[in-house]
Design a protein around this ligand. Structure first.
Ligand SMILES: *[C@@H]1O[C@H](CO)[C@@H](O)[C@H](O)[C@H]1NC(C)=O
Ligand SMILES: *[C@@H]1O[C@H](CO)[C@@H](O)[C@H](O)[C@H]1NC(C)=O
Ligand SMILES: [Cu+2]
Length: 699
């Protein structure tokens, strides 16, 4: 059923039976049913499929587009029912299987077919999963980019002199004065098209901010690049039919050009290199504040199992979408079966043809696969635990992304709880506080110009927070006066185009004391939890809060990704509605291969069912001069919280021994400090031991 939520705070409760039995603990072995494929498993799937003569697979690199190739291999999560059966009773683990995406470029009707391959580690079978989708909807590959670039170089040859004159840069024989490009999507205006607007830029540091004013529309729908053509050309606000037409009119002096400053040194504005000085404050060429762990990690990571202050969960970094948490538990009790990133979109406004048509749907750009190395001390604290990940995406072997995930404990800088209990006579009857900490699980996706920083935070009081920060370069166009209504002039020849960011998450809450029975029935009976000794009935809930500031823009192309419509949508859990987006929507949003809207359209009851919540968060981004050189993280962050609501008998962080209580001595002289951690945190913070006074007086 459809449930648009008009409030900033939604409430989602599953009323469940308090059953005596407890779950077996989430062990490393149990968590591993959710782990990503190892390099050996990826290789085994690849070797198995490559050796099937009937598939006729060729390497992804080289050759032509008219071939069959293995595009993606990733772990296929077990069915929820099977996984729960195993997790709840410790019986046979579900068989490990892979999802493989094959591009069939040969044959009369090329298509994309997805397969289930298993069992791992030694695959014996593969079978199609779902309906094949149109070949034209496939994500771009390295090969297609290379062919597009070569074709552009060929088709834009008539503009060599023109490009040199306006930009000082060129497409061939250009050494350190080369042009590059950004392609936008969707690729056309109707289903079945693959006509892409290309923005020509100077290939210098931060090239996303260096458009030369030329945009071209290349039709690369055919598999044979010999049949590709440039259908329209735009330069500095004017349209031309072909590159030849622009070249001719230019030669006749009919095209007003904007000549760019020719030397890259003049374009330092797109670089990270420091310039200028702060007017006040001590020098910044020394290290700043750091996270330190005087007594080592206070969390553990074993394989894909994370444990921290009551929490335990399994995680993976899904190649197609990003971070996924599974079997999230607090004190052994399951809170969510899955919390995961599903999609990120950015829709633009503009006056240039490329930017007015830009509607990025990032899963179609390999959002989960572009998880590059994290820098200690910058991307994550030096103390973090860094982990490599392996993706098989548009590749001929597993690719290692070193240190792509980091896990660390962070002082939040604000106490989790504190109270100064004034005696209203110049002192306190007690002071008490609990340091604020959170465990952070982080990765990033660099989707071409943009960098998303994906965080899941676990707090010792049972709160789980998700956050996504946006940073990196803004998507820009060449400045023309007509562009002004669509953004901000960021530099002499640069317009930062207005856009909305929306991010979609899946939350499969399982707020229950699962009975250790099999098979798992999916339907959770409503029951009131009796709190012993106190005699109140209550509903044990987790509530979702967040999404503050999320815009709900009216979006065209909604068939493909209606996530802008709902802050929160709730559906029944179905095995075949596991993800809300797909690899193929970006390149055919008009007739999407799957639609999240269909999850809602079936008008199913959400009463007493196993439910999944789908949350959209986002923000409007009006680029401004401070987006030069990059969009900065402060202010460009959105997310939501899952908070216990009558779920625990009291704040579960009372179990933390990081509490400090200070009471005045009965004698009236001095204080008594009660603590459960060593007196001084150790040398890496300060040599001075903790002290507290608690008196206040006029001076
Ligand atoms: C997809 O392509 C493969 C290989 O050409 C072919 O065997 C299969 O029948 C096609 N599927 C559909 C539905 O056309
Ligand atoms: C607390 O501060 C007051 C005022 O500065 C001082 O007189 C008193 O001795 C201090 N007490 C302790 C225990 O340090
Ligand atoms: Cu933005």
């Amino acid at each position: 059923m459809r449930m648009p939520v008009a409030y900033m705070v939604g409430m989602l409760c599953l009323f469940v039976q308090a059953i005596q039995g407890t779950l077996p603990p989430l062990s490393q072995k149990a968590a591993s049913i959710f782990s990503d494929l190892s390099p050996a498993e990826l290789r085994a799937v690849r070797t198995f499929l490559m050796s099937r003569p009937e598939l006729g697979l060729q390497p992804s690199k080289g050759g032509s587009l008219a071939k069959n190739s293995l595009f993606l291999i990733e772990m296929l999560p077990p069915k929820k029912s099977q996984a729960l059966c195993y997790l709840n009773t410790g019986t046979e683990p579900p068989r490990r299987r892979a999802r493989a995406v094959v591009f069939f470029g040969t044959g009369a009707k090329p298509n994309i077919t997805e397969y289930i391959v298993g069992p791992l580690p030694v695959p014996r079978f593969y079978r199609p999963s779902g309906q094949p989708v149109a070949f034209i909807t496939r994500p771009m590959t390295q090969l297609e980019y290379k062919l597009v670039f070569n074709k552009l170089t060929e088709l834009l040859a008539p503009l060599n002199q023109f490009l040199k004159d306006v930009s000082g840069f060129g497409l061939r024989d250009c050494q350190d004065r080369c042009l590059t490009f950004t392609d936008i999507a969707p690729r056309g205006l109707a289903s079945g098209e693959r006509r892409t607007w290309i923005i020509l830029q100077r290939a210098i540091e931060g090239f996303f901010l260096h458009p030369v004013g030329l945009e071209v529309l290349i039709n690369h729908g055919e598999l044979d690049p010999a049949r590709w053509s440039i259908e329209t050309v735009w330069y500095n606000g004017q349209y031309f039919g072909t590159p030849q037409e622009l070249a001719q009119q230019y030669a006749q002096g009919k095209v007003p050009i904007v000549q760019l400053v020719s030397h890259p040194d003049q374009t330092l504005f797109s670089s990270f290199v420091p310039r200028g000085e702060f007017n006040t404050g001590p020098p910044t060429n020394v290290h700043g504040a750091k996270v330190c762990e005087p007594q080592g990690h206070r969390y553990s990571v074993h394989g894909n199992l994370v444990e921290y202050s009551g929490w335990s969960l399994a995680f993976r970094l899904r190649t197609s979408t990003g971070l996924q948490l599974f079997d999230v538990r607090f004190n052994g009790e399951r809170i969510a079966y899955e919390v995961s990133v599903q999609e990120a979109i950015a829709f633009y406004g503009g006056n240039s043809p490329a930017t007015m048509q830009t509607k990025y749907i990032d899963v179609g750009w390999g959002m989960g696969s572009v998880t590059h190395e994290l820098a200690p001390g910058i991307d994550c604290p030096e103390t973090a635990t860094f982990m490599d990940v392996y993706h098989h995406y548009d590749a001929d072997a597993p690719v290692r992304y070193p240190n792509a995930i980091c896990i660390f404990e962070l002082p939040t800088g604000v106490p989790l709880r504190r109270h100064f209990d004034s005696n209203f006579q110049g002192g306190s009857t007690f002071y008490a506080g609990l340091e604020g900490h959170a465990l952070v699980i982080r990765t990033t996706s660099t989707v071409y110009n943009y960098d998303y920083i994906w965080d899941f935070l676990l707090f010792p009081n049972g709160v789980l927070e998700t956050k996504v920060h946006a940073t990196g370069y803004v998507h820009t166009s060449f400045y023309t006066p007509e562009g002004i209504p669509y953004g901000t002039r960021l530099h002499t020849h640069l317009l930062g185009n207005i856009h909305t960011h929306l991010v979609h998450y899946k939350i499969d809450l399982d707020v229950s004391r699962q009975a250790p029975v099999c098979p798992y029935r999916g339907v959770l009976p409503e029951i009131h939890h009796w709190r012993e000794g106190i005699g109140i009935f209550r509903h044990r809930c987790f509530i979702w809060t967040g999404g503050a500031g999320s815009p709900r823009p009216h979006l065209e192309l909604e068939a493909g990704h209606p996530l802008g419509r709902y802050h929160l949508a709730v559906t029944q859990q179905h095995e075949n509605e596991g993800v809300s987006s797909s690899l193929y929507i970006q390149n055919d949003p008009w007739h999407p291969s799957m639609s999240f809207e269909n999850f809602l359209r079936n008008d199913e009851s959400i009463d007493k069912q196993d439910l999944v919540a789908w949350v959209t968060v986002g923000f409007l981004h009006i680029p401004h001069s401070e987006d030069i050189p990059n969009t900065a993280t402060p202010g460009n962050v959105v997310g939501f919280l899952l908070r216990p609501f009558n779920f625990f008998d009291e704040d579960p962080s009372v179990a933390s021994r990081r509490t400090v209580i200070v009471r005045p001595k009965e004698s009236g002289h001095g204080v008594q400090i009660q603590r459960w951690t060593p007196e001084s945190p150790g040398h890496c913070v300060t040599k001075v031991p903790f002290s507290y006074n608690g008196t206040y007086s006029p001076i």
